[in-house]
Design a protein around this ligand. Sequence first.
Ligand SMILES: Cc1cc2nc3c(=O)[nH]c(=O)nc-3n(C[C@H](O)[C@H](O)[C@H](O)COP(=O)(O)OP(=O)(O)OC[C@H]3O[C@@H](n4cnc5c(N)ncnc54)[C@H](O)[C@@H]3O)c2cc1C
Length: 293
Amino acid sequence: MFDIGNVLEPKTIDEAVEMYNSNPNLKIIAGGTDVLIKLRHGEMEGAELLSLRNIKGMDEIKMLEDGSISIGAMASFSQLFHSEIINKNIFVLSEAAVSMGGPQVRNMATVGGNISNGAVSADSAPTLFALNALLKLKSVNGERIIPITEFYEGPGRVRLQPSEILESIIITKENYNQLKGNYIKYCNRKAMDIAMLSVAVVCKVEAGKFSDIRIALGVAAPTPIRCSEAESYAINKEVSEETIKNIGQYALKASKARDSWRGSKAYREHLIDVLTQRAIKEAIKRAGGNGNE
Ligand SMILES: Cc1cc2nc3c(=O)[nH]c(=O)nc-3n(C[C@H](O)[C@H](O)[C@H](O)COP(=O)(O)OP(=O)(O)OC[C@H]3O[C@@H](n4cnc5c(N)ncnc54)[C@H](O)[C@@H]3O)c2cc1C
């Protein structure tokens, strides 16, 4: 059924990067929910797989000493939304995780695989963009840490260097502490569907004004995007119906939506405006405001 050449199963990340470096033709497999489908469709005939499943601790979600939260690349979507650390501190990420696939897929699919496959519809991406998440990448040359906003190159393409493995995702304390958010995934069906459009907002409101706000969109451009102009406009503006309407328009300006069989460009543009406003209002409610501005 699957035309697989060989499967290597390292027990440590160091062993994994050594194996990958010795044979750059290896294909990494994490949960396999994308890779196995490609194999099944004959797109990777005779592929040699480098499985990360036996690497102890690579699925761990933990609070670091400096208050940063580290999410192992092998953490599944089920682990994410069941994690006490995530639910208590970054509820919006848990919300994004539970919106993904169905229970079986969430049990297998990893957050690392979701980001590394470069899909513009990846459900974890907009929220991680909004949280200024950092990616810890490992190779035989050592470690490098880059912002997730610099990781995506184009549809299905990410900036992993040869023989590099995504080890974990880090969200520093200042990027989640006292921020409340909302993730909205819009699909043609209510369950088991890929996003037609998605929006993640995190914000902080002080003295009736936005003291921090980040807006990220999925499926609104060739890669997930942040809406920087909308964010700059909103900072220190009074939280009002008019401000939120204008933010929706700025978010639209940041987008490069296109037609696809899931939805037309015009429909996506309508969703960007409306859902951005809706996500901001929900985030404000969660931050203690009434969201009825
Ligand atoms: C029925 C079904 C429903 C789905 N629904 C959704 C959905 O609602 N939302 C959504 O976002 N996705 C969905 N997906 C897509 C898929 O499940 C996700 O993208 C998933 O997160 C991929 O993770 P994985 O661990 O299974 O990746 P894999 O299939 O193991 O790998 C995916 C890609 O990433 C690479 N890779 C994996 N881990 C690493 C790493 N640590 N370092 C470097 N490269 C790595 C692999 O080489 C491969 O190219 C669905 C898939 C199926 C089959």
